[in-house]
Each structure stands twice: as C-alpha cells, then as structure tokens.
Write a protein that binds this ligand. Structure first.
Ligand SMILES: [Zn+2]
Length: 498
C-alpha cells in the first residue's frame, strides 16, 4: 500500500520519530542499499599515517565518458545489463573532479597534464617537466624552467620507483615522471632539432635509471633506444642517429633487460634492480590484439613484488596508455578492452597492497569527445546500436531507434574523427551510412562522428580522480590537476601521529 508523504510527515512530530519514519519504500532494494551506504560512509575513518607507498594509475584519455562506457562494457561482458557494474576504482572511498586544461590550452595534451600531476605545476601544452616559462620547442629555456617530479623527490627520500606503461616508455605520460624537455616529440635524438643540447627523452630515461631514480621501467618504445645500425628483431624500426644502443648501455651498468612474454615471466622479482622491460618497437599492442607481451596487470604484479622489499616503500606510475589511442582512432571497442585491462591492473594493485600504508590514486590525464545518444533501453550494447526503452520491463525492446533519416544509430559516438558521417565523396555533405548491429559490434568498427578529422581529439572536460589509503580524503570537490602532486608529496611526508 502506498502511504502519501503528507501522512508520513504528520506522524513524525519528534526528532526521534524522524530517525525511522515508516517509509513505504523501506524494503525497496534501492532504498535498502542507500541506507547501507550511509552506514559504510559513517564507518569510514580517514587514514592519517604517512603513505609508505604511492601508486598513481592513469588510464590515458579515460575521461568520465570513457570510464562510464568501460563500466557498462565490462558489466555486459559479465552478463549484466551493464550500468549496475562497479569498476574497482569506483569502489574507492574518495573522489574528486579534476580540471585538466594546460595554461595555454582549453583542450590539454598529455605532456602538459602529466607535468601537472607529476610536478605540481600547470604548464604549456606539449612540454615535459618544465614550468610555463618554457615555450614549446625552446630548448634554451629548459634548464632554468625545469621542475622536480614526484619520482625524483621520492627517490631522493629513499623510495624505490617503478614506471609502467603500455605506451612507449618515452611517450608523454611516462616521460612526465622523469624527463625535462621543451617538446614531447624529442623521444630520440633523430627528432631533436640541431642546436638543442638537451638530451632526448630516451637518453634521459637511461640517465634516470643509471642515477638510481628509476628502479623498474617497463613498456614499449624500443625504436627510440636503438641505433640505425643495431641488429635487433625490430630492425626496420631503429631511430637513433647518434650510434648509441641504450639497451646495451643499460645492460652494461647492470640492468636486467626483458623483451617478451617469456623473458618477462622468467624474471625473478627478488633479483637485483634496475630492470628495463621493453616489449615492442613502438607502443605495446592493444590488449585485444596482445601477443607475446605481458598484460598491464602482470606488469603491476611483478613491479609491486619487486619494489615492496624496499624498506622505505615505493612510488609507482601505472599507465594504461592505449585507451587514448583507441579513442583517437574512433575505435571504441579497443578503448573499452584496454579500459577493462586497466581496471584489472587497478584490482591487482589494490589486492597486493594495504590501505594502511599505500595511497592508490586512479585518474586520467584528459578526456575525449566521446558522448552518448538517447534514449536507449537498458542492455543496449554500449559499443553497438541504441534500442528502445521497454515501458513494461527493464531490458530494451530489441527495436532499434531511428534518426529522422530513418537509420539506426549507435549508443556512442565522437564529436569528431575518422568515422565522420560527412564524406568527401559528397563534398562533405554526406548521407549517414546505414549500419547493422553486427557491423557496429565488430571489433574494428569506428564509431560515427560529426566533424571529419584524421584523428579524434582530446576534450577539455573534467576527469575524475579516485583514491584510497593514507590521505586519500584530501581528494574532494573540484580540483586543479597539479594538486595531485601536492597530495602525493604531503601523504609521503606526513608525520606519524603520536
Ligand atoms: Zn592523446
């Protein structure tokens, strides 16, 4: 029986009565879950010990829209309708929204954003490890404009450092942990212009391993470390012009080198460091296409096993680098399969550490133009076509919704990119192609977009940050991205309470 709200109010004459009014919905599952969540929140105590370990996990380009789609995709893969699924990071107790712009860019790039969370300063688009006084590609300003990174700060305090990515190790996000350059493009000496005497990013990586800042580095990007003349299985892809073989140099000063699934799996985590793992010529494979390479979760597992014997703890950067690349390609399927691989890495980090001494921060550097059409019923495949809402049930009607052009449309699309519905053949005034559910669900399908561009772009919208462990409660509200550095630094250096 439904009881009108007015009747409930009339019976609640004292404050005590308010505590447990006889809500007609009190046995409703949604209502019960929300009541239980209040008890969970009330039981939470902020952890104010120093953070022995800090793990910063970035899914590159994983804005709120991509994260939302990954939640639903993983849920649907597990046989759910999707929305009810909870990604590991979404169960963290603290979160905030993050403003990602660069000082000169409404729409940010990963170098400026990486510098913000790794060094505590917003800076210009495209520069790494330097403040905003350094103009893009101005090598002469780098020395004066260089800023300290959290990896450098914590390494100097005795923490071990691991840098893990599925992109090239010299790509913007991982490089923001250790490099100081006027352009993210200076990944090897072949791309550094004449007259620039700042070492390229790959050389800076090697130097930071050699000087003890970085203990473990794993990812892709072998081509930036090998000379044109080296004999290597990736012989077609060797960029260096200076004749240096940075992998041989690393081995010479005692680094252990791993290069494929087998050598990775044979690596003893208790063996000596440093460890350099380079599994591909360029970026590592998308998780869906992955061959002969460890997964991100496997790299996280090995790195934590290896670093956790350091008595002063460790700092680890984990980047799911290819969520961004699949979004740029307009290929939502691979953005989501890499998003799921990232979620599995988050679960691994969580499982292997304790909230009492490890601060885990999960965020993205920036968003993409991904957005969602309506009004789709529950269970419409998030990477497929939008189907109608069933007024008499929960799951969709199985009938595709149609645009005014009489054609079905996908749930998700991009505002720009290679899947543009405007086509050159029609002077950019095309008619939207008809797509079948089967075509839309193909792993290689590119989501429809509006504006034609050869690469889908980033977007300037906020991203989320999720956190757990010591001082995670400092993440709240809407924050500037560079604040993430200051929380990490504060958490690591907080004094043990008496
Ligand atoms: Zn990008």
């Amino acid at each position: 029986m439904r009881v009108p709200l007015a009747a409930v109010l009339l019976t609640c004459s004292t404050a005590l009565a308010w505590a447990e009014p006889d809500f007609p919905q009190k046995n409703n599952r949604w209502f019960e879950a929300a009541e239980a969540e209040i008890q969970n929140k009330l039981a939470q105590q902020p952890i104010t010990k120093p953070a022995k370990n800090i793990i910063l996990m970035i899914a590159d380009g994983n804005g709120i829209a991509t994260n939302y789609a990954t939640r639903i995709f993983q849920g649907q893969q597990n046989g759910l309708l999707g929305e009810e699924n909870v990604l590991p990071q979404e169960a963290f107790p603290h979160s905030a929204l993050v403003k990602t712009y660069n000082v000169n860019a409404q729409t940010p790039d990963s170098a400026g954003t990486g510098t913000a969370f790794h060094s505590g300063v917003k800076t210009k688009s495209g520069v790494l490890g330097v403040d905003e006084t350094v103009n893009f590609a101005d090598c002469s300003a780098v020395e004066a404009g260089s800023v300290a990174t959290i990896a450098e700060v914590l390494a100097a305090q005795g923490k071990a450092v691991g840098i893990i990515t599925t992109a090239s190790l010299t790509d913007a996000t991982p490089a923001s942990a250790y490099a100081h350059v006027a352009s993210r493009r200076y990944e090897d000496d072949a791309s550094v212009p004449e007259g620039c005497d700042v070492p390229d990013i790959a050389v800076q990586l090697l130097d930071q391993i050699k000087n003890g800042t970085i203990d473990i580095a794993m990812g892709g990007g072998r081509r930036h470390m090998l000379p044109e003349t080296a004999t290597d299985k990736d012989s077609k892809d060797r960029n260096r012009r200076d004749g240096r073989n940075l992998i041989d140099e690393a081995k010479e000063f005692g680094a252990t080198y791993v290069w494929d699934e087998k050598s990775f799996s044979e690596l003893d985590p208790s063996a000596g460091k440093p460890v350099l793992g380079v599994f591909s010529s360029g970026h590592m494979d998308y998780d869906y296409d992955r061959k002969d390479q460890p997964s991100l979760a496997e790299m996280v597992k090995l790195t934590i096993e290896s670093l956790q014997d350091n008595e002063n703890g460790f700092y680890m950067l984990v980047e799911g680098g290819r969520v961004d690349h699949a979004n740029h390609a307009g290929n939502l399927f691979r953005a989501l399969t890499d998003g799921v691989a990232f979620a599995e890495a988050v679960a691994m980090a969580e499982q292997m550490t304790s909230d009492q001494d490890t601060l885990i921060i999960v965020t993205a550097d920036h968003a993409h133009t991904l957005s969602f059409n309506g009004y789709c019923g529950r269970g419409s495949p998030i990477n497929g076509l939008c189907m109608g809402i069933d007024n008499n049930g929960v799951k969709h009607t199985d009938e595709m919704l149609l645009g005014l052009d009489g054609k079905p449309f996908t749930v998700a699309g991009y505002l720009n990119g290679t899947g543009s519905i405007l086509t050159e053949e029609n002077n950019w005034f095309g008619t939207r192609p008809v797509v079948s559910q089967e075509e839309a669900l193909d792993p290689d399908y590119k989501q429809q977009s509006l504006l034609p561009l050869d690469k889908e772009t980033h977007a300037g919208t906020d991203v989320a940050v999720y956190a757990k462990g010591p001082w995670a409660h400092l993440f709240d509200g809407t924050i500037e991205q560079n604040y993430i550095f200051n929380v990490m630094n504060y958490a690591a250096n907080a004094k043990e309470e008496e």
